[in-house]
Design a protein around this ligand. Structure first.
Ligand code: EPU
Length: 417
């Protein structure tokens, strides 16, 4: 297993380019099930989760070819309706194949994903929506077994804003009979992106990016050539890397408008952010100011940036309160940040972070994807050496992060444990 060794204290400077979005690529790949033929997806990040999605698609019958960051998916023949536990437990987004398989084959058998390090993450709202669209669903032996001759349009009101649930039902509704209305839909940029891809395939979708999405089912969809949007969480992570090291970093291929909530908070913390010709420059102040954060569905502060922001607050001037409102167990990084000498107390879903003068490098262990990123950020700011182990989490979602950080002047290397 690999680990990262970081010698902290280097001020980051230079240019870095953001890769394609992981959380957009996964549903985009899965949406190709709906449109038989050869799809070509560009700007796909090299990640473990992408490989898992490719495996899922291959077991369903798709033929996949990759060349650099371009992936061709041939979904002419989708002849298997089952996604097994082995695949779904590796990456829970695999459950999104359920709706598209139902739409294409009239049946699907997909493993329930089970719990996750950051929370229980049930898929009850996905299933309730598919049932409202006429699917017959049974849970047996840990699997969801679903059948529907043809899904039909329905009015669905989500109890909670769910990104995956919204993407899933949007895909299922694209070829359903009649109109589907998704109310209290999630508004994340990845949902807009999936809606755009479906529209390029010929789907009729209005309102993606608002809380009401209307989909008028069409009888068939056609293959697409599409370029994936930049990864907003990777971009945000580089912004904090610059901020925490008092750096001066220029970030290319990011969409500033996707990160408003983070940008306002970073500016409150004293970070200078400017945009010229689509290159975003982030300058860290000598001393970070403390700020409070509450995670919320988009356009609120993203839960996927909470751990990284907490790393920044560990060295801020003053005390900040960080509340996690999306996942019930997304503070796994706290006990690792304490190993750097951070001062953090958790009470319920809030963490009170008292800034310390300096973090001190330590051996730490990654527990999930974004937690891993927060430990790297802490390591960049800390004295001496930090070793982050179990970085397979990181490889799920950040493309060559150590190479990109090294390019900015960080002293960071990957070594075999
Ligand atoms: N929820 C339910 N029932 C459902 C669906 C969701 O109770 O049927 C709850 C979840 O347990 C959670 C909340 O609703 O408490 C929001 O979950 P959501 O469905 O929005 O999350 P997701 O679709 O499973 C995606 C991202 C996550 C990101 C969340 C929130 C992908 C592949 N994953 O997950 O990304 O944190 O939205 O923005 O898009 C990451 O990239 O590190 C990551 C975890």
């Amino acid at each position: 297993m690999d680990k990262l060794v970081i010698k902290g204290g280097k001020r980051l400077a230079g240019d870095v380019t953001v890769s394609g979005s992981k959380n957009a690529s996964l549903p985009i790949f899965i949406s190709t099930i709906l449109a038989p033929g050869i799809h070509e997806i560009h700007n796909v990040p090299f990640l473990r989760d992408i490989n898992t999605t490719i495996k899922v698609m291959e077991t369903l019958g798709a033929k996949i070819e990759g060349n650099g960051n371009v992936v061709k998916l041939d979904t002419t023949h989708i002849d298997n309706h089952e996604a097994t536990y082995d695949l779904v437990k590796t990456m829970r987004a695999s459950v999104l194949v359920l709706g598209p398989l139902l739409a294409r084959l009239g049946k699907a058998r997909v493993s329930l994903p089970g719990g996750c390090a950051i929370g229980a993450r049930p898929i009850n709202l996905h299933l309730k929506g598919l049932e409202a669209m006429g699917a017959e669903i049974h849970l047996t032996h840990g699997y969801v077994e679903a059948r529907a001759r043809r899904l039909r349009g329905a009015r669905i009101n989500f109890d909670i804003s769910t990104v995956g649930g919204t993407e899933h039902l949007m895909m299922a509704a694209a070829t359903a009979k009649g109109e589907t209305v998704l109310e209290n839909a999630a508004r994340e940029p990845e949902i807009v992106e999936v809606a755009e891809v479906l529209a390029e395939m010929g789907a009729k979708i209005e309102g993606a990016g608002t809380d009401t999405i209307r989909i008028t089912g069409v009888s068939e969809l056609r293959p697409v050539v599409h370029t994936v949007m930049p990864d907003r969480i990777e971009a945000g992570t580089f912004m904090i890397a610059s901020a925490i090291t008092g750096g001066d970093v220029k970030i290319r291929n990011m969409r500033l408008e996707h990160l408003d909530a983070l940008i306002f908070k970073l500016q409150d913390a004293g970070v200078e952010i400017s945009n010229k010709d689509n290159v975003v420059r982030v300058k860290g102040p000598r001393k970070i100011k403390s700020i409070n954060i509450k995670t919320r569905p988009y356009p609120g502060f993203p839960t996927d940036m909470q751990a990284q922001m907490m790393a920044l607050m560990t060295v801020a001037d003053g005390t900040s309160v960080i509340s996690e409102n999306i996942f019930e167990n997304r503070f796994m990084h706290v006990s690792e940040l304490l190993r750097f000498g951070a001062d953090i107390i958790i009470e319920g879903n809030s963490a009170t972070v008292k800034g310390v003068k300096k973090l001190s490098g330590a051996p730490v262990m990654a527990t999930d994807l974004r937690a891993s990123a927060s430990l790297i950020l802490a390591g960049l700011a800390a004295d001496n050496t930090t070793e982050v182990s179990r970085i397979y989490h990181l490889d799920r979602g950040y493309e060559s992060i150590e190479k990109k950080l090294a390019g900015l002047g960080a002293d960071i290397t990957r070594v075999k444990e």
